[in-house]
Each structure stands twice: as structure tokens, then as C-alpha cells.
Design a protein around this ligand. Structure first.
Ligand code: PLP
Length: 352
């Protein structure tokens, strides 16, 4: 039986995508060959990469001043690629918002290449809210933020107006809500949270910001080089790219980001309402910053924990445990998670 999968990532994708991916591994487009055994430069695969790049700009309503890349190395490699490409070789200086483990990981990499100013941090409060009321001026090469903090369940509902380049790690809420994507100069996202399988990272970058640091960038880390090779500088991760394309086609066919957002808001509202209503559970993040993607909560009576754990497992629920650094529970409500699964979880919470 298919489980109700609340895993934080890798995570649920549309069932249709699992089926189409499986079919492509056996016989890709009726070619008599598996997707896994063809050249990435073949006439069957090149259009996959082209469409995977084009559909992102359509969904985000971005124009030709942006380029889309599919790269290896996860979002973690982007922590380093961003400063390599945007931080000046001499006197490099960037502003970062510290909203959790992933933001800190990005900060750590940037500090290896230049000076980092943490202009806002919620570390002292266990990252339970999003810092506000900060500014970043032109003295910085760029400003970096994390739109959704997967581990704590906080999400930036608005983005600051800054006077420098705007970079955002959208790994865990990409394509989950409408926004003006043109306010960003560079967006990146590991695919495995909301857009595909692990193994590929999406990068959307405004061309004009590149090539200005005076750095001699290692080839694989150089966005400009990837752009000049149409995101095929080396062998791309063909399977994750194809499965991501299928996921984005599924999204586009079903009403795009707007329709996904509506469903995501409905799922989150239902679950938060139960957490707030049920005395056995409590949220621990600032209400205004609560994430639509990762709903984190705790049980108020530890003696009931065993019964709750047994009950959700018996209901066919998977992946509800919180991140090991936070504990408690985390229900990840990514695009592909059906409302039905949320209702099952709520039934279990009510039954206790
Ligand atoms: C999971 C995650 C990452 C790390 O992604 P990898 O692809 O595993 O490197 C970075 N940022 C955020 C917000 C994440 O959720």
C-alpha cells in the first residue's frame, strides 16, 4: 500500500512522475533504449534539457535576462559557487541572513572567500522566527537568504528590498507559492525537496551579474561556463533532470504555481488549526513565520508519545519525525502531498 509520505526530503513526488520515470528507464520515448544508456548529447536527451530549462522560466514568468542551469553537487555546492561567482576577489564582502543550519552552511562557505556580515540571526532563539528590520546596502557584493527553513519550519513571507544583489536558497519551497521571482538575481534549489529526485540542483541566474569578481573560478564552479555550454559542461545528471522536467510539466498542466499555492495553503491551514486546537500538540515557531511546507510541532505530554507514534505508523504515515537537531515532529507538505494525507494525520491526532 502506498504510504502517506510526509518526509522532508527526498520526498513525495506526483505518482504520475514515478510511473513515467520508471517507464523511461525501461524504454525512453519508444527508442528501444533506456534513458540511462543514451548519450546526453543524443537527439532524445538534448530536448529534455532544453525543455527543463525553458519550463522554469515559464513557471517563474522570467525573461531572457535569466539563465537556468541544472548542476550536480546539491544545494551544498551552491553555498560555495555563489561566493566564487559573486564575491569580489579583493575586498569581497557579503551580507547573510542566518535562519538555521542551511543558512549557516552557506555562511561558512562564503567566509572562506571573503568577509561575511550576518545582518540578522535568530540563532539565540533556536531559529524559531525570521529576523526582520535589517538592510543591506551597496557596500555588499550580495545579500543571501533562505526562503524556507526546512528543519525548524519557518518561512520568509516577504523579502527585503536590498541595495545589492539578491540571492536566495529556495531548496525547500521552490514552486510552492507565487512570488515576484524577478526580485532575485540568483535563485538555487536542490531538487529533492519539491521538484524532483536527489542528484540535481536548479540554478536561475541573471546573466548580467556574472563575470565581475576578478576571480579565477574553477571551471565546474563557473556559472558563465555552464551557461555557455547550455548546462552540459560535463555529463549532466540525466535521470534527475528528466524526472524534474516531468514534475514541472505536471505542475504546469495542473494550473501552475498559483494552483499549487492554493492547495498548499489549504493543507497547512488545516494542520496548523489542529495543532493550535489540540492540547496534546503545540507549535514552536512564531505564528507569522510558520512554513507552509514543513509544519513542525511537539507533543505536550511525553507519556503519550509512544501511543501517537504507533498510531500514525499504523495509519500508513511515513517520515513524521522531526529533524534530529530539533526533535518533535515535522510534517512536510510539499506540492505532491495530497490533502487526503493531511486529513489522515489530523484524524490520528484527534483520535488520541
Ligand atoms: C536540504 C537543504 C539544503 C541542502 O541540500 P543538498 O542538496 O543536500 O545539498 C540546503 N538548503 C535548504 C533550505 C535545504 O532544505
Amino acid at each position: 500500500m502506498k504510504k502517506h509520505n510526509f518526509s522532508a526530503g527526498p520526498c513525495i513526488l506526483p505518482q504520475e512522475v514515478f510511473e513515467q520515470s520508471a517507464a523511461a528507464i525501461l524504454d525512453f520515448n519508444g527508442s528501444g533504449l533506456s534513458l540511462l544508456e543514451i548519450s546526453h548529447r543524443s537527439k532524445d536527451f538534448v530536448p529534455v534539457m532544453e525543455e527543463a530549462r525553458a519550463i522554469v522560466k515559464r513557471l517563474m514568468k522570467l525573461g531572457d535576462e535569466y539563465e537556468v542551469l541544472y548542476l550536480g553537487g546539491g544545494a551544498s555546492l551552491q553555498f560555495a559557487m555563489v561566493p566564487f561567482n559573486l564575491m569580489k576577489q579583493n575586498g569581497g564582502h557579503a551580507a547573510y541572513l542566518d535562519t538555521g543550519v542551511w543558512a549557516s552552511g552557506a555562511i561558512k562557505e562564503a567566509e572562506k572567500l571573503g568577509k561575511v556580515n550576518i545582518i540578522g540571526s535568530s540563532k539565540a532563539e533556536g531559529y524559531t522566527y525570521i529576523p526582520k528590520n535589517y538592510t543591506a546596502g551597496p557596500e555588499y557584493d550580495y545579500f543571501h537568504c533562505t526562503s524556507n527553513n526546512t528543519i525548524y519550519g519557518t518561512q520568509m513571507k516577504t523579502f527585503p528590498k536590498v541595495d545589492t544583489l539578491m540571492v536566495c536558497d529556495m531548496s525547500s519551497d521552490i514552486f510552492s507559492r507565487e512570488m515576484d521571482f524577478s526580485q532575485f538575481d540568483l535563485i538555487y534549489a536542490g531538487a529533492q525537496k519539491n521538484m524532483g529526485p536527489a542528484g540535481v540542483t536548479l540554478v536561475v541566474v541573471k546573466k548580467e551579474i556574472l563575470g565581475k569578481t576578478g576571480r579565477n573560478i574553477p571551471s565546474y564552479l563557473d556559472y558563465s561556463l555552464h551557461i555557455s555550454k547550455d548546462s552540459m559542461l560535463n555529463t549532466p545528471p540525466v535521470f534527475p533532470v528528466y524526472a524534474s522536467l516531468l514534475t514541472l510539466q505536471h505542475l504546469e498542466k495542473n494550473g501552475g504555481i498559483a494552483a499549487a499555492e492554493e492547495k498548499n495553503m489549504a493543507k497547512a491551514a488545516l494542520l496548523y488549526r489542529e495543532i493550535d486546537r489540540n492540547p496534546l500538540f503545540e507549535g514552536f515557531c512564531a505564528e507569522e513565520d510558520r512554513s507552509l511546507m514543513n509544519v513542525c510541532f511537539k507533543i505536550t505530554d511525553e507519556t503519550r508519545k509512544e501511543a501517537f507514534d504507533a498510531a500514525w505508523k499504523a495509519a500508513g504515515i511515513n517520515g513524521l519525525n522531526g529533524h534530529r537537531s530539533v526533535g518533535g515532529y515535522r510534517a512536510s507538505l510539499y506540492n505532491a502531498l495530497p490533502l487526503e494525507s493531511v486529513k489522515i494525520l489530523i484524524d490520528v491526532m484527534k483520535s488520541l
